[in-house]
Structure formats: structure tokens, C-alpha cells
Design a protein around this ligand. Structure first.
Ligand code: GLA
Length: 406
């Protein structure tokens, strides 16, 4: 994250840089065929990291089916970093011994009615130090298509020192142009490969990718640095999504990073809130937990159909924070058919709200009079009334769907 502090100073450059891409996109509108709703699935990184093997991917596919997660919408089984070996003299990138036969693995995942994803980056090396794509965009994209790959996460990493800093030392605007060009190149290579492949940009939100990634065929783009399974990190990332809601829509989504539900020492309330808020954000729902050993309460969080329906709502409108009162945040999301989701989140670390008792303001949500809704975590009906007191435990959430808001 060496550039993180300087991102603001790139703002002007990013507006300038975004123009040609945005214009070419409007001249040639090409409807994305994938990711019409935020992609759902599972990715190996958050739990297995560099230890992932072919066997883990197969068992993740098996578990998605056995647990009912597939039926709930989790379709992509994504291999993250560390599958790569070396390139041969023809430039063909080989898999390492953890992944003896990628085509056979893709066939296996497809045989379960699932889709498969893979990982690389524009630099010489991946973040984990394995061989990446530099100079082989078309060759790699073609190979992915031949294998039957359905999703590519493309991670900046070593492109920063190896290309950006080397070719344009001390010139941030030029470095950002190099970065964007690298993503344009892979976007074209994927299109030329002729298979619908979800294109996931992983460059930590540098240079406002929400401005330029959709035009080059990006279906999602990371908005921040990496997530980890702690409340502080999850809440920080959540807070950093404000203002990005206007950039999300069918085919192109903000990506606040993969789910940590079921990982680390997150409490049940924290898992629930993390999942609820990623749904409010219309975020990709890529589980990252140990599926074969998933606890029932974690499965219940990940397969809550009502919450998934918020995430996958066909309108594709990302939610936004409406107001905060002390440490209570109130978010809303507009849904298809005129429906609305309201989330009330207690961010206080010590039990009850700092501003206890909290009273909900319907007026600030643009609502008038009592509202009939469904509490998506109890599954029961709930009436929201103006100034009603709401008590939540530390880091817990009230998530309500109102089908006919007034
Ligand atoms: C970066 C990405 C992570 C993961 C690792 C793999 O840190 O942001 O999501 O893909 O690389 O090395």
C-alpha cells in the first residue's frame, strides 16, 4: 500500500485519464453478459491462502452443493493465488504440483453445475511471488478460455515496482496510465478469447477504478486494500464505501473485498452484520471460509435467502448511509418494485449504543408513518414507527425489508 496516502493527489489525473475510456464506452455500448447481479461464490484466499490445492477446490465445489449454498446462488468457485508454476519456452504458463490438471478441475467444477475462477496479474509476479501475466495477456486469456475458466481476478501487485515505478519514476499520473493500460489490455484479451469471463480488477481502489473500470469491461473492482477477519477492518472498509454507490449497477460492481463470514474470531453478530452490509452494498458475495467444517450458524448466515435477495436485487442499486446518531449507523437501499431495505447497525464496541437509547427517525429515511416490514434475521414481521427505540448488542444489526414503503 505504498501509494495509499497519495491516492487523493491522483484525483485530478484520474478524471482526465478516465475521459477517453468513458467516451469510447458510450460510443460502443456493449451490454455485459456476466455479473448482471453481484457475483456469488467462494474464493480460496481468505481461508487457505497459499496452501490451497486441487483437492480443496473440489471439496469446496462439493460443499457448495451439499450445504445448499449453490441453490442459494453461490456459483463461482474461485482459485486465488499460488496455482502457478513456470512458463515454458513457448511462453505457456504451467500449473504447479498442487494443481496437476486445471482442465480436469474445471470440468469437475462444471459437472456440479458451478463455474470456476482463476487469479493472475499484469506484473511479472503475483502478490504471492508466483509467475503472473506480463507480456502474455492474449496467450493466458486464451488458455483460461480453453480450460473453461469463467472468472478472472487480476491483481496489480508486482506491476507497481516492475513496470509503473520503473518506467515512470516519480510521475504518479504516468504510473496510473500504465496501470489502466494494463487492465485495458487484459480486458481486450479476455474479449478476444471468446468466452464470457467475469473480469475482477484487484488494484485496491487506486486511481478511482469505479470511474474507468466499467468502460474496459471490468465487472467488479476492489475499492480498498485487503480485508481481514476482524470487526475493525470490516467496519473500516464499510465506511470507505460511502459515495461509491452511484458507480455500481448491473454488470459492474464495487468490490469491498471477499467475505470473512466464519473466519477468525468474528462473533455471530459481527458475521451477521458483515453479511448484511455487504448485501446492502450490492457487493460480490464470495464466501472465504472452510466449507467442509462450517458451523450450522455460519451456514445459516451465508444462506439467509432474504439477505441474499437484497444483495441480488435486480435493480442493482447500491445502498447508502443515510445518517449516524452516535455510533449507530442507518443505511437504506432501494430495491426493485419500489421496495426498500433499512439497516440499523450498532458500531459501539461496548455493548449498548453510546447514544443509548437510540430512536429511529423515519423522516430521515424519507418515510412517513408506520411501516410494515420483515426483520430479515428473525424472519418475523416488524413495524417501524417514528422515534421507536431500537436496542442492539455491540456490532449487531437490524435489517428490515419494507415491500411497500410510504
Ligand atoms: C492480494 C489480494 C488478495 C489475494 C492476495 C494473493 O493481497 O488483494 O485478495 O488475492 O493478493 O496473493
Amino acid at each position: 500500500m505504498r501509494f495509499a496516502g497519495s491516492v487523493g493527489s491522483f484525483l485530478l489525473a484520474s478524471v482526465f485519464l478516465a475521459l477517453p475510456l468513458a467516451q469510447s464506452a458510450s460510443a460502443q455500448p456493449s451490454a455485459p453478459t456476466v455479473a448482471q447481479t453481484p457475483p456469488m461464490g467462494w474464493n480460496s484466499w481468505n481461508y487457505f491462502a497459499e496452501k490451497v490445492t486441487d483437492k480443496d477446490i473440489r471439496s469446496a465445489a462439493d460443499e457448495l452443493v451439499a450445504t445448499g449454498m449453490k441453490d442459494a446462488g453461490y456459483i463461482y468457485v474461485n482459485i486465488d493465488d499460488t496455482w502457478e508454476a513456470e512458463r515454458d519456452s513457448s511462453g505457456v504458463l504451467h500449473t504447479n504440483s498442487k494443481f496437476p490438471d486445471m482442465k480436469a478441475l474445471a470440468d469437475y467444477v462444471h459437472s456440479k453445475g458451478l463455474k470456476i475462477g482463476i487469479y493472475s496479474g499484469p506484473g511479472p509476479k503475483t502478490c504471492g511471488g508466483y509467475v503472473a501475466t506480463l507480456g502474455h495477456d492474449e496467450q493466458d486469456a486464451k488458455m483460461y478460455a480453453d480450460w473453461g475458466i469463467d472468472y478472472l481476478k487480476y491483481d496489480l501487485c508486482s506491476f507497481i515496482p516492475a513496470v509503473m515505478e520503473k518506467q515512470a519514476p516519480h510521475d504518479m499520473a504516468a504510473q496510473m496510465r500504465l496501470m489502466e493500460a494494463a487492465y485495458v489490455k487484459m480486458g481486450k484479451a479476455l474479449k478476444a478469447a471468446g468466452r464470457p469471463i467475469v473480469f475482477s480488477l484487484c488494484q485496491y481502489g487506486w486511481d478511482a477504478p469505479w470511474e474507468w473500470a466499467p468502460a474496459l469491461g471490468g465487472n467488479l473492482w476492489r475499492t480498498t486494500g485487503d480485508i481481514d477477519p476482524t470487526w475493525d477492518r470490516i467496519y473500516t472498509i464499510l465506511s470507505q464505501q460511502e459515495g461509491l454507490e452511484k458507480y455500481a449497477g448491473p454488470g459492474h460492481w464495487n468490490d469491498p473485498d471477499m467475505l470473512e463470514v466464519g473466519n477468525g474470531k468474528l462473533t455471530l453478530a459481527e458475521n451477521r452484520t458483515h453479511f448484511s452490509m455487504w448485501a446492502m452494498l450490492a457487493a460480490p458475495l464470495l464466501a472465504g471460509n472452510d466449507l467442509p467444517h462450517m458451523k450450522p450458524e455460519i451456514k445459516a448466515v451465508l444462506t439467509n435467502r432474504d439477505v441474499i435477495a437484497i444483495d441480488q436485487d435486480a435493480l442493482g442499486k447500491q445502498g447508502s448511509r443515510v445518517y449516524s446518531d452516535g455510533e449507530v449507523d442507518v443505511w437504506s437501499r432501494h430495491l426493485s418494485g419500489g421496495a426498500m431495505a433499512v439497516a440499523v447497525l450498532n458500531a459501539n464496541d461496548n455493548g449498548r449504543f453510546a447514544s443509548h437509547p437510540f430512536h429511529l427517525s423515519l423522516a430521515r429515511l424519507g418515510l412517513h408513518g408506520p411501516q410494515q416490514g420483515k426483520d430479515l434475521w428473525t424472519g418475523k414481521g416488524i413495524q417501524l414507527t417514528d422515534h421507536m427505540p431500537i436496542e442492539l448488542a455491540s456490532h449487531d444489526i437490524l435489517l428490515v425489508r419494507i415491500d411497500q414503503p410510504r
